[in-house]
Design a protein around this ligand. Sequence first.
Ligand code: GTQ
Ligand code: FE2
Length: 315
Amino acid sequence: MDGSADALSELYADFSGLHMEGGWHRVKPALWPAPLENFEPHHWRYANVKPLLDRAGKLIGTDKAERRNLTMTNPVAGNLYPTVRTIVAAYQMIKPGEVARAHRHTPNALRLILEGHGTHTVVNGNRVEMRPGDVLLTPAWAWHSHDNVGEDDCYWMDFLDVPLVHLLESMFYEPHPDGVEQDVVAVDHSPIAFRWEDSLKRLEDAPDTPEADAHQSIELGAPALKTISLHVQKLHAGRATRPRRTTANNIFAVMHGEGKTVVDGKTFQWRFGDTICAPAWRPYQHAASSDAILLKVSDAPTMAALGWLKQEASA
Ligand code: GTQ
Ligand code: FE2
């Protein structure tokens, strides 16, 4: 091989002319030995979020915003939307008397109710009350609206696989032609509703799991959604979990108690309503100062379906 430097540069110029590149000549490699540190570990405090939602509540009505939601944007440089690669998390608030109009979309969604009574979600014609600690599912393409007929401002967290849908270019969205669904049926028990009191009961009977990322854990649905799994996890006061890492992208929402989580060397002190993200392959470890309960929202089902779910204890 004795191609001259000039001949090589000409070849590379001709590659670009055809919108091509030599695999050996890439500016950035296409393959690497292990997941990159891309999305950042981060912590959002409910105490900071709530006043912002209240201010938005004074300025933005359901006429201007179909949803009064505040998304958690991962701080990695250049990011405009996802919380982790495949999932976006948001806080949402709905005021007494408001209706968040019906729509449907290909992204899967779920909600974790934080505070307030009198709020409902209507999913495919079934109207279900949402109470604090409850988790409600909105599977892909299901019609859904929310309403608040109570006296409290209601706060919850949303999790959606919108960033995955963006990556796969599979987005469809449509508003309901009637604004909200007609002929709605009130239901209390529903496969899309996981009640706080049921989760607490199941957790009490759950075995101790010293090797896992929580001391006791139950799964909601199996999995809850095709792309997202949900685990309600108990952390016992004064006892740290084993540090681990996984290819799954995980988001933790604090349902109860106080503690700290170390994600890849960053320490986050959390309390009720906070959100912590542990992006793929970042080691994480929890330690609660009082008995605590987290909701783990994970893209593990996506990774598993594709054969890419890997997890291990880490240092
Ligand atoms: O409540 O339907 O945070 O469609 C983002 C998109 C909430 C919802 C979000 C949504 C919703
Ligand atoms: Fe939606």
